[in-house]
Write a protein that binds this ligand. Structure first.
Ligand code: SF4
Length: 354
């Protein structure tokens, strides 16, 4: 699979010339815990001070273990979660200032590709109804217009002849065909941003390559921005221009994909890479440290650096006391770790936006 993925050509825009499409500023998403449904019992701090900017046409991967907060981040970007604090600004508009109609219009501009296509598609609707419904909701009154749009997106996701699929129900399709329908649905209203939540993790290896190639082709031909949420570092390097590593509600390392994989800095990034089944012999030799332990509770996260109970480089009196800000040991490579305190450039983690 990896060899086939290498064939996916990276054709990213010149980011220096691109406009910022999405800006996340000091975002906090906390869920309140209620004791037996009544008294306040604390918060689950799923996203706790995340900042970044996504350029028009840029592809970024958010990588981390289950429970690190990446799904809460994704739902907030989709407008499904209300931020506890901080801002989500899309194309100059603050999401928290949008009313019902504004929020609906926003959702037309953001496509969502779910992890499990079988769950994402309603089992009692055929393909035509599944794809026609969002167009009706978005106000496309003409049936001819709707069918023309459906034919166009189905051709783009390579489901042809289109007529052979329109009457089929999800259970009559293979996993790969179902995921193509999910992608077609995300593309229906000509979005500017696609949020893809582990889009290939439920598929067979051979189908994964085809789906990633398809997403890459759509991203390039439509100039889409993509946020690719995953725990699998073996696919991101062929798909994303930048990687953000997330741990316990924070982005702990951010860099250009080649730079981050060629010179990972944070001990947790080393651990993630060590856990990746990568056939690249160089990587297999380089990343040997696999820390023990589990990700921390997001209700009572560790003080200081949240990775300190698992970190092989833990420095008592510092790592367990002070939260590490972002340091920039090389241009454009940000890491929240005290090991890089004496790097030439450093600045506070929040509310900076990189
Ligand atoms: Fe390890 Fe300290 Fe760096 Fe955290 S700040 S990753 S505990 S060295």
């Amino acid at each position: 699979m990896i060899a086939e993925l290498r064939d996916i050509k990276m054709n990213t825009p010149n980011i220096n010339e691109a406009e910022t499409l999405l800006s996340i500023q000091d975002l906090h998403v906390w869920y309140e815990l209620r004791r037996f449904g009544f008294g306040h019992a604390g918060y689950v701090k799923a996203v706790d001070g995340v900042s970044f900017a996504l350029e028009e046409g840029e592809t970024v991967a958010v990588v981390g273990e289950s429970g690190c907060g990446k799904s809460s981040l994704m739902k907030t970007i989709l407008g499904l979660n209300i931020p506890t604090r901080g801002e989500v600004i899309f194309d100059g508009e603050n999401l928290s200032a949008l009313n019902g109609i504004g929020l609906r219009r926003y959702r037309f501009k953001v496509g969502y590709v779910q992890q499990d296509p079988y769950v994402a598609l309603p089992p009692f609707m055929n393909v035509q109804k599944i794809l026609e419904e969002p167009l009706i909701i978005s106000g496309m009154k003409s049936r001819e217009e709707r069918l023309a749009r459906i034919h166009k997106v189905m051709s783009e996701v390579k489901l042809h002849p289109v007529e052979d699929f329109l009457e089929k129900f999800p259970h009559m399709l293979s996993g790969g065909q179902q995921q193509r329908i999910v992608i077609a649905r995300a593309m229906l209203r000509e979005p500017r941003l696609i949020v893809a939540d582990e889009p290939v993790s439920m598929l067979d290896a051979s189908v994964r390559v085809e789906i990633l190639k398809l997403m890459r082709a759509l991203q390039e031909s439509h100039g889409l921005s993509v946020i690719y949420i995953t725990h699998d570092l073996s696919t991101v390097k062929y798909f994303s221009r930048r990687i953000f590593v997330m741990y316990a509600g924070n982005l702990i390392e951010k860099a250009d994909t080649r730079r981050l994989l060629g010179n990972p800095l944070h001990p947790y990034t080393h651990a993630l890479l060590a856990a990746t089944s990568d056939p690249d012999a160089h990587n297999a030799e380089t990343f040997k440290e696999v820390p023990s332990g589990e990700p921390p509770s997001l209700v009572n996260p560790p003080t200081g650096c949240r990775f300190h109970p698992r970190c092989p480089h833990f420095m008592a009196g510092l790592c367990d006391v002070k939260f590490p800000p972002d340091f920039e040991p090389e241009p454009g490579h940000f890491v929240a770790c005290w090991l890089y305190e004496n790097a030439p450039h450093s600045h506070q983690n929040t509310p900076s936006v990189q």
